[in-house]
Design a protein around this ligand. Structure first.
Ligand SMILES: Nc1ncnc2c1ncn2[C@@H]1O[C@H](COP(=O)(O)OP(=O)(O)OP(=O)(O)O)[C@@H](O)[C@H]1O
Ligand SMILES: [Mg+2]
Length: 508
């Protein structure tokens, strides 16, 4: 469910990003605040230590040390967490805001305080609480050396401490507030994003998907609502345009299919009719032929009559050929399929057209590839198909040229096929004729029937092959035949039960 929902994926991705951003922001804000509180407390401590130092200088010179204790208590006032003290070099407290500490060594003095004689700042932990500490050495000035041993550079130190607990509590408070705000922002961003995705993406995309499913079930009236001008709107528009062209293409296909069916019906009728007429004409024609033969055998025919008789015989032969073609076209029998080598029917057909080719100065070039796979075909029908193409080629070159026949094997959609190409350098086919040359009775020749290519195409289709033509008027024409090669296992001897029986028989 989650893996399939775009909304869920976007929400989770944005949710993680927002959570990470808010966490990083909160972390840095808390760090900055914490540092600020710490520095502020220390700065206060430094100022307090300076004040005490100034005061101390004044009272020491006039020998009024005792007033320091009172001054410290005054400075503390009601600040419970503030502590100020004056210590000797060995750490013994001389004056302190906490009177109980006086004359006691309550802390260890860091060695560098009196070796470097500089103000030290830092923190320390007491009873689990963090304290900000400032230590300022009291230097042994000339006036001090009246009473203090001059060998020490410092006679003691002022120590000021303040608990950081209230500052930390403040920072913790702010952190909790930031977390609450973060959660509120997180939830608000989530809700707004969810509403936006549903309104702008999920709903329109579901609409397109729903229409797509309708198209899948074959309903080409489905159209998606393309209301917005964004990418989703464009998607819906694109989808609608696609379905519209699919609808148009389907309609055109149906119309053309209808036309083809009607055409096929007409052709079948014409075929029947033609076959009937051909039969009717054949017998009288045979009679006429026999009568003309008798006439031809007569010796007393003068020259002009002999010519007439010869013309009649020629026309009878032509009519016979037309009748033969007509009957062939009308009743093309189913091919008797057997494995055969294409060169076995190409070579005899080339031999057949060679005399005609020589007559018209047409050179024949053979480019037959070696080791071609066999095809499953009716060799007789294939010969007839090829002969039609070869004759057309020769007839297209009345003033000579080259007729090239080439073969090759290649792959198409993962299966091996054998390709036969017949190329001539003849007159070519006019563009407006290209679509018609396979139609029965279409011819541009004075003595043609126009059945050659339609018979050829029927034969190739019955062999589940393809025939295509490529022609350039004035430059020549190429016909390409493609036929599936036999699969090797098709003709491999099978060791079935019959074969086993025969072996058993032979052994006996
Ligand atoms: N190689 C070619 N070069 C130029 N035109 C061609 C070629 N092959 C076919 N045609 C054209 O296609 C038409 C139809 O050819 P088809 O073989 O069906 O009939 P035909 O050759 O005219 O007559 P038939 O084959 O009965 O003698 C031809 O009349 C010719 O115009
Ligand atoms: Mg022909």
């Amino acid at each position: 469910m989650f893996r399939r929902s775009l909304t869920a994926k976007i929400l989770v991705a944005v949710g993680i990003t927002v959570a990470v951003v808010i966490s990083i922001y909160t972390y840095f804000v808390i760090r900055v605040q914490s540092a600020w509180w710490h520095e502020r407390t220390q700065a206060q401590n430094v100022i307090a230590a300076s004040l005490i130092h100034e005061y101390l200088n004044g009272v020491m010179l006039s020998d009024r040390h005792e007033e320091v204790q009172g001054f410290l208590l005054k400075m503390k006032g009601s600040d419970e967490i503030w502590r100020g003290r004056l210590i000797k070099r060995d750490g013994t407290v001389i004056f302190s805001t906490d009177t109980q500490e006086v004359q006691r060594a309550v802390m260890t003095v860091p060695a560098e305080l009196f070796t470097e004689n500089q103000v030290l700042q830092g923190t320390r932990v007491e009873n689990g609480q963090r304290l900000s500490v400032v230590m300022r050495p009291v230097l042994n000035s000339e006036s001090c050396q009246r009473c203090h041993d001059p060998k020490f550079a410092a006679i003691g130190a002022i120590v000021v401490e303040k608990s950081l607990v209230p500052a930390e509590a403040n920072v913790a408070n702010n952190r909790n507030l930031l977390i609450v705000y973060g959660v509120v922002i997180f939830v608000l961003v989530g809700i707004v994003l969810w509403l936006l995705i549903v309104r702008l993406v999920t709903q329109p995309v579901s609409n397109v998907l729903e229409q797509m499913r309708r198209v899948q079930t074959g309903d080409l009236n489905a159209r998606a609502a393309a209301e917005t001008h964004d990418e989703v709107g464009e998607l819906a528009g694109g989808f609608n345009a696609m379905v519209q062209s699919l609808d148009n293409a389907t309609r055109e296909l149906e119309e053309s299919h209808q036309k083809q069916i009607q055409q096929a019906g007409k052709l079948a009728t014409i075929g029947e009719l033609a076959a009937g007429i051909a039969h009717e004409i054949r017998n009288p024609l045979a009679g006429i032929g026999a009568a003309v033969e008798v006439l031809a055998e007569e010796n007393n025919l003068n020259g002009q009559r002999t010519e007439i008789v010869a013309e009649i015989r020629q026309q009878i032969t032509r009519l016979n050929r037309t009748l033969h073609d007509l009957l062939e076209f009308a009743r093309l029998r189913d091919p008797e399929i057997a494995p055969c080598d294409v060169h076995e029917f190409i070579r005899p057909m080339l031999a057949l057209v060679r005399p005609d080719a020589q007559k018209f100065h047409v050179k024949i070039e053979e480019r037959l590839a070696a080791g071609l796979p066999s095809i499953s075909a009716d060799a007789g029908q294939m010969q007839q198909a090829l002969l039609n193409i070869l004759l057309n080629g020769v007839q297209a070159m009345p003033s000579g040229g080259t007729l090239t026949v080439s073969t090759e094997s290649t792959q198409r959609n993962g299966s091996e096929i054998v390709r036969i190409k017949v190329r001539d350098t003849g007159v070519g086919i006019a563009r407006q004729h290209l679509a018609k040359i396979f139609s029965p009775f279409f011819t541009t020749k004075h003595r043609g029937t126009g059945l050659g290519l339609s018979i050829t195409r029927t034969i190739i289709e019955k062999h589940h092959g393809t025939i295509s033509v490529d022609s350039e008027p004035g430059n020549g024409t190429t016909f390409t035949l493609e036929l599936a090669a036999c699969k090797p296992e098709t003709f491999a001897p099978q060791a079935g039960p019959e074969t086993q029986k025969e072996f058993a028989h032979a052994e006996n």
